[in-house]
Design a binder for this molecule. Structure first.
Ligand SMILES: Cc1cc2nc3c(=O)[nH]c(=O)nc-3n(C[C@H](O)[C@H](O)[C@H](O)COP(=O)(O)O)c2cc1C
Length: 189
């Protein structure tokens, strides 16, 4: 419970890279996530390189129209790309990103991918590493450049990116969780 409650979506990172050893542990946690039917149809590609991560982070926002979201409030302490439309890097300068891909024709592809993402962020928290889940997976690779990267990384043709987890060390203070909305939990006996 301590790890669950101390995980926050972090959107300000220092330049310090996480270690390869920690990244491998985090990927192992993702690899042991629950997955529909035991089919293990999702896969991860980790970019452990700040320049590559930034390049992909810019691709992540390239086609994102934030115009209709102005005024949405995500976080006061950790403003998101929706809160601050001047941001160019959808990965917030984090030095590492894990892209999660799932088999495109599988009904539960998104659920599988986000079980993986949850294992990743919790393992990262245990290691003192900050994280943020990022969406717009499919759009990020929807270009010649994106398709070329997927080929280079040997992602099967029928796989679709479902999202990302960015990783690094927090720049600044830990944010505080928003109060939980009432009425979201019931116990029936
Ligand atoms: C499916 C999903 C997609 C998300 N996509 C983004 C995103 O693209 N960019 C971002 O800054 N945060 C993203 N988040 C993080 C949420 O904004 C964050 O979880 C929420 O504001 C609650 O804050 P907390 O994670 O610190 O508790 C995403 C979270 C989930 C679960």
């Amino acid at each position: 419970m301590d790890i669950i409650k101390s995980r926050h979506s972090i959107r300000k990172y220092t330049d310090e890279q996480i270690s390869r050893e920690d990244l491998e542990k985090i990927l192992e946690a993702g690899n042991y996530a629950p997955n529909a039917g035991g089919g293990q149809r999702s896969m991860m590609v980790a970019l452990h390189n700040k320049e590559l991560t930034r390049k992909l982070g810019i691709m992540n926002l390239a086609k994102f129209n934030r115009g209709n979201l102005v005024g949405s409030y995500v976080s006061k302490e950790q403003p998101s790309v929706i809160d601050d439309p001047t941001m160019k890097d959808g990965f917030y300068g984090a030095p590492t990103v894990i892209a999660i891909f799932s088999q495109g024709n599988f009904l539960l592809k998104t659920a599988d991918a986000f079980c993986m993402a949850e294992n990743i962020v919790l393992q990262a928290t245990e290691l003192g590493i900050a994280s943020c889940i990022i969406s717009r997976g499919e759009e990020t690779f929807d270009s010649e450049e994106g398709r070329t990267l997927m080929k280079e990384w040997a992602v099967p043709d029928n796989y679709i990116c479902q999202g990302f987890v960015v990783l690094g060390y927090i720049d600044g203070e830990q944010p505080v969780s928003k109060p939980r909305k009432p009425g979201r939990v019931q116990i029936i006996e």
